[in-house]
Design a binder for this molecule. Structure first.
Ligand code: SDX
Length: 429
């Protein structure tokens, strides 16, 4: 059987054989479908890209119906249990798990790019004490591009590698500086003897002691959370990274744009909204009333629930829920977990959510752990952005190396006025 579609245009009676590759047709193959020869030709219309592949990728595979997530073929459950975050960042970016030598060199290079230019402190001091950390992160990422003009050499593999070290190494430092600024605390310099997450905790929480004492349970829990957030194929922020990067803008400003997309409450901003929602509910017995409000449309959305791709349980949410128990052994139980578990129990039995295939997503439980670890709610999306840096950069680099790609410039279906003449001021109604 030939791998093609036969499309018959009933307006003309003409038939077209449209090739099928990877169970997909090229939208450009539709352009030959015309009524008259000087027509522009057929396009596909797909607001929000509900059914449009913008690229071919080998990085992350998701099967939303089966709740499957794999980085370069490795199941999320296995890498979350057996890897460190930097090991997964290497995998996502290079396509293979690193050898010991490769991992040691990778960790060394990132560790030695954790410092940020001292001027960034002046930049940080310009923010109000209550500035949202995502606003501080987005603007500081863009500002960093002015310190690294060499990052514009996006076609040079060595330059890309250096920017990747810089961005993965520096984003925890920027996040920690933003946190310390909001509390009026002195900035803490990176400690190169600590792990990626250990150093991050030290830059956040070190006070007068000569060396921060990392709690290994919290260090590992944060590593697992970072692994779970590393990449997620063509989500809104990855699409933004690819789109900005396709104009050959440098990776710093491209990532500032990606972080801006992540900030939205429907995307990475949801983990912050989940905590606000759980606090608003207040106690387990108030859950049924809240669910009723959501279903009636007056209560907004059940934040942390639902997903464009997952029409089953988000595999990351399951792992996060298990990680929460380990964290609470150290930090004490977060009572909001009981409300979240009750919310999940009731929602998963309710026709409204079942019919719409709404399950907890990665944001539903992550905030509860972050709060138990002492992170302020406003910082939760920053904790999403830090690990997603490796995914954004992997998507960006794959786009640059893909011969099929060029500057992203969608079409539109124009439904506005046809040509009309200018109207003088005195004649306007
Ligand atoms: C992330 O894309 C990714 O991969 C993202 C991410 C990643 O790792 O990068 O996984 C991270 O962003 C997770 C999602 C975090 N966002 C939230 O938790 C916010 C709440 N969830 C939703 O707003 C929503 O589910 C989305 C945005 C996640 C997905 O939205 P879709 O696919 O566009 O679905 P939709 O808005 O068209 O909703 C379909 C129906 C609607 O009802 P009807 O109009 O058919 O009656 O489901 C309803 C929606 O009203 N619905 C919800 C709901 N989510 C969808 N109703 C109540 N609560 C919700 N959470």
């Amino acid at each position: 059987m030939p791998d093609n579609l036969t499309i018959k245009d009933n307006r003309t009676g003409k038939e077209y054989a449209i090739p099928i590759t990877n169970d997909t047709i090229r939208a450009m193959d539709l352009r030959q479908i015309k009524v008259s020869d000087d027509d522009f030709g057929m396009m596909s219309y797909d607001p929000a890209f509900m059914n449009t592949a913008s690229c071919q990728s080998k990085i992350t595979f998701i099967d939303g119906d089966k709740g499957i997530l794999r980085y370069r073929g490795y199941p999320i459950e296995q890498v979350a249990e057996k890897c460190t975050y930097l090991e997964v960042a290497y995998l996502v970016l290079h396509g293979e798990l690193p050898t010991k030598t490769q991992l040691d060199e990778w960790v060394h290079n990132i560790t030695y790019h954790t410092m940020i230019h001292e001027n960034i402190k002046k930049f940080m001091d310009g923010f109000n004490h209550d500035a949202h950390p995502m606003g501080m992160l987005v603007s500081t990422l863009a500002a960093l591009s002015t310190y690294y003009p060499d990052s514009k050499n996006i076609q040079d593999a060595e330059s890309r590698k250096l920017q990747i070290y810089r961005l993965i190494g520096k984003i925890p430092t920027i996040a920690a500086y933003a946190y310390r600024h909001t509390l009026g605390l002195p900035y803490v310099y990176p400690d190169n003897e600590l792990s990626y997450t250990g150093n991050f905790l030290s830059m956040l929480y070190k006070m007068a002691e000569p060396k921060y004492k990392v709690n290994p349970v919290l260090e590992r829990a944060l590593d697992v959370l970072f692994i779970l957030h590393a990449d997620h194929e063509q989500n809104c922020s990855a699409n933004t990274m690819r789109s900005i990067g396709s104009s050959q803008a440098d990776p710093f400003v491209s990532m500032a744009g990606a972080a801006a997309a992540l900030y939205g409450p429907l995307h990475g901003g949801a983990n912050e909204q989940v905590l606000r929602m759980l606090r608003e509910i207040g106690s387990k017995d108030k859950v049924p009333e809240f669910i009723k409000k959501v279903k009636s449309g007056e209560g907004g959305r059940l934040m942390g629930f639902g997903h464009r791709i997952y029409k089953n349980y988000d595999p990351r949410a399951k792992i996060i829920k298990d990680t929460a128990e380990k964290v609470f052994e150290v930090t004490g139980r977060n009572p909001l977990l009981d409300i979240a578990v009750e919310l999940e129990r009731i929602a998963l039995e309710d026709e409204y959510f079942v019919k719409r295939k709404l399950y907890p997503n990665v944001d539903f439980y992550s905030g509860i752990i972050y709060e138990a670890m002492g992170f302020p709610t406003a910082a939760f999306t920053v904790l999403f952005a830090i690990p997603r840096t490796s995914g954004w950069l992997a998507q960006w680099q794959e786009m640059l190396l893909d011969p099929d790609q060029k500057i992203a410039r969608p079409r539109q279906v124009f439904l506005g006025y046809d040509k009309r003449d200018f109207v003088a001021m005195e004649k306007r109604k």
